[in-house]
Design a protein around this ligand. Structure first.
Ligand code: AMP
Length: 117
């Protein structure tokens, strides 16, 4: 059984968050430390700790995360200019919360994906 994080409490409404979307598979809410004018996290309702833990059975859920991202981008009015979707995985990916989530970032030019050394 995967260990729950603060995200499970948000999904169950035990901890407040600015929820922008929910359905039977995913919940989306605004990041508490936004890195762009729009910064929304799209989170499976069930706990999958990391992107390395997904299985073929999760494919409908993973597809839903993308279609919900596109829908929220339209609602936020950032779809025409574009945006970035990020999934951080484990230590080298700088993942902080071990409940799979997709960051939707937009509303300004985001620049290069990684700082170039
Ligand atoms: P990651 O590094 O991909 O695991 O990112 C985790 C994200 O969750 C960070 O951008 C945090 O700002 C965000 N976060 C952590 N706690 C909360 C919370 N209670 N409500 C909303 N966002 C949160």
């Amino acid at each position: 059984m995967a260990i729950e994080t603060i995200f499970s409490k948000i999904i169950r409404r035990e901890v407040p968050a600015q929820i922008v979307y929910e359905d039977e598979l995913v919940t989306a809410f605004r990041d508490i430390h936004p890195q762009a004018p729009t910064h929304v996290l799209i989170v499976p309702n069930k706990v999958i700790p990391t992107a390395a833990d997904v299985t073929a059975a999760d494919e409908p859920l993973l597809g839903r995360m993308f279609t919900v991202a596109a829908q929220i981008a339209r609602t936020e009015g950032i779809d025409a200019d574009g945006y970035r979707l990020i999934v951080n995985c484990r230590d080298h990916g700088a993942q902080e919360v071990y409940h799979l989530h997709m960051h939707l970032l937009g509303g300004r030019k985001l620049g290069a994906m990684l700082a170039r050394a």
